[in-house]
Design a protein around this ligand. Structure first.
Ligand code: ZN
Length: 89
């Protein structure tokens, strides 16, 4: 019995460092905020930057085996709808 209680004590102590972790993860996520994510249903996508000042020549991308592809011009990320890469899935 005595040994079991000591084990519980040790586990409680170890939770202290864990409590600080969610805060760290949140700030990390804010820094990594991607420009834009577009969910698409086809693996072949085209991007022209949305036109206007941010626009660029229309380019086509194919995801192939991946669930997402990033535009080399405007850093937009196209994700396959419903895939693990889709934040809205
Ligand atoms: Zn683009």
């Amino acid at each position: 019995m005595g040994r079991g209680q000591r084990f519980q004590c040790a586990r409680t102590e170890m939770q202290s460092p864990d409590d600080a972790m969610p805060e760290t993860e949140n700030s990390f996520e804010n820094v990594m905020n991607p420009p834009e994510v577009v969910a698409v249903e086809t693996e072949r996508v085209s991007c022209d930057g949305g036109g206007g000042a941010l626009g660029h020549p229309r380019v086509w991308y194919e995801m192939g085996d991946e669930d997402f592809v990033e535009c080399g011009y405007c850093d937009r990320r196209f994700v396959r709808k419903g895939s693990p890469a889709d934040p809205g899935a």
